[in-house]
Design a binder for this molecule. Sequence first.
Ligand code: PLP
Length: 308
Amino acid sequence: MQDIQSLFRIPSTPLQKIEDEFLFRHKINLYVKREDLNDPELSGNKLHKLKYNLLKAREDNHETLLTFGGAYSNHIYAVAAAGKRFGFNTIGIIRGEERLPLNPTLKFAKNCGMKIVYMNRSTYRNKTTDQVITQLKEKFERFYLIPEGGTNELALKGCAEIINSLDIHFDTICTACGTGGTIAGLISGLKKGQKAIGFAVLKGAEFLNKDIKKLLGLYNMNCLNNWEIKMDYHFGGYAKFTPELINFMNKFESHANIKVEPVYTTKMFFGIYDMINNHHLPEGSTIIALHTGGLQGLEGLKERKVLP
Ligand SMILES: Cc1ncc(COP(=O)(O)O)c(C=O)c1O
């Protein structure tokens, strides 16, 4: 069993500069913060969202972590891996009905020892209510609850540290947004003059503006206005793709030599290039794109024949 403190000793990941004729022409310095390389299993934003939660669970003598996610969730994958590595039992409450054989994400989670429990979609929508939590407590007794996507106050603290690890001057940091926890953490770590842009991967994600403000409110930072969420790069919604997006992904991967996936990071990179093309990012800017990982999901996409 490993010590949770090992997560605090991980060497800083590279800042990789992307050089191409398009960026040169628009006078943009684009760097990718390669958080996809920070850990093979708790990769990307997951490591930052989980580390203080794992510490807190240990401090409070919890033996079991319980969390929620979809069947292909990067978060479920990471919590299962963390449980195995740091000696917690894990319970994954999975949205929807059981489908056999298990997909690669759930197979991995189960092999890590995670107990997989399915929850019908209407109950799942109410998963944060007292009623559903009480039912879970009656069934599983004592557990440390990590919300869907790992987003809570302690996740923000971990994500804010990404900003401190950046040792160059930059104007804007970009990330893909699901629940908004990662960008809220980044915003809370920004210095004067810096800005964060989030790219919503869900359709109808207007809730993000309210949720992010609420999360920032936990640190009395809800009056900040150094951030914005772009709502036009979801490509039809969560885990929805178009040929244009997949074409962009393939081109980006080969010219930048960085592996991405289409659910989160490709939508962000597409959004960044589109904003540059439309002159919505000022000439001379230094932009950092956060690679939030999520590459474990590629196997499931290949299995569903969404990707070749
Ligand atoms: C790879 C990846 N990138 C970005 C995000 C979005 O993070 P958040 O839910 O904190 O907005 C997620 C989801 O957690 C993710 O798995």
